[in-house]
Design a binder for this molecule. Sequence first.
Ligand SMILES: Nc1ncnc2c1ncn2[C@@H]1O[C@H](COP(=O)(O)OP(=O)(O)OP(=O)(O)O)[C@@H](O)[C@H]1O
Ligand SMILES: [Mg+2]
Length: 396
Amino acid sequence: MCMGVLENSPREAILAGSFSEVIENKRIIVCVGSGGVGKTTTAASFAIEAARRGKRALVLTIDPAKRLADSLGLEGLGHEVQIVAHERLEAIGKCVPGGSLAAMMLDQKQAFDEMVETYATDAQAVKRIFDNPLYQQIAGTLTGSQEYAALTKLQAFDKSGDYDLIVVDTPPTSHALDFLDAPKKLSDAIDSPAIEMFRKMQKGGSLSVVGKTGSYVFKMLAKFVGSQFIEDIALFFSEFNEILGGFKERAEEVLKLLHRDDVSFVIVTSPEEMAVSEALFFHTRLLETDMPFAGFAVNKVHASMPLDLSRDDLASQLGALSCVQALTLQETSLRMASESLLAAHSELERVAQSDRVAIERLQAAAPNSIRTEVPFFRKDVHHIESLSRLRGYLFG
Ligand SMILES: Nc1ncnc2c1ncn2[C@@H]1O[C@H](COP(=O)(O)OP(=O)(O)OP(=O)(O)O)[C@@H](O)[C@H]1O
Ligand SMILES: [Mg+2]
């Protein structure tokens, strides 16, 4: 699809505005982007802002930095909704009454357990699956299970009606597109021919896999890994088959949910070239699949600060500072220090220029979309208070 068509997509035109409007008008915001660009930070900032504006907000977060988890009251907790104390929000500034902030750290293993409990035919089957050593090993580590966990939790909270706005953080994938493909990948994997073979061979009797009716391959495999292990695999997949129907249905429902008009995708990116390329790829994919794209949150931007100062001017300005005078430096030392400072500054300017070029790529690809820029702060942003520094840039 050519870019011109994408730019004029009706969805993009409708959504142009600001992230403040997105918070006011949407029910679900999904923050996507490549690894380490600031998805968790941005998702938390959106939820905090919504709560301060009087919304009942929930942030579904994935593996937040320890201090951020602490700040949200999530440290040491998994898979439980925590209410963030109102004083924490008031500490940032005045809040509109009625707002609240809830946070939950997703635990993929527990989300998987919940899925088994929901779709298994009876309590005995649940117990058998949970007791299976293979399940213990792989639940939560299957490709796409983290994404699946996030999406199913989202669906459940959406149905509950307990929140005005749910902000979803997404897992640190090497490729942002993994998030959309995850449910299908997972159900394809479970449905693969190899697994189907295990299921067929199991047929209820443990001997059938490696016993008389078992294939040569299984018998050879059993020699290496033990027949019990092969039995566990076969039993696991035949039990798991029971819940597959529900699983696939759920994956399809979740994808449908993501197409809704009250959902908005925010693509978080740094101005780094690779991250921008991925952000653009994701943007194209959202529009092609008619997913509601809100805009780009460009994070960690290096600001340009041109400096019109010669080495000698800088040396004399440095020499005038009382803290420098206390060092009793020679003229030559001052000049050398100034030279190093100017070299460091020009390196920073070079980074700022390349950030600008990357941001222009985003602008050219989606001129009508929201695009905010948050500077690269000198310190990590890990507390609710420090997250509030992002406010002016994201919602100002
Ligand atoms: N604007 C910023 N300036 C400086 N540091 C930042 C900024 N935004 C985020 N950080 C820091 O960068 C690190 C990564 O941020 P964050 O965890 O939000 O990224 P992420 O996209 O969720 O990463 P992952 O893909 O690993 O989940 C954190 O230590 C965070 O405090
Ligand atoms: Mg993260």
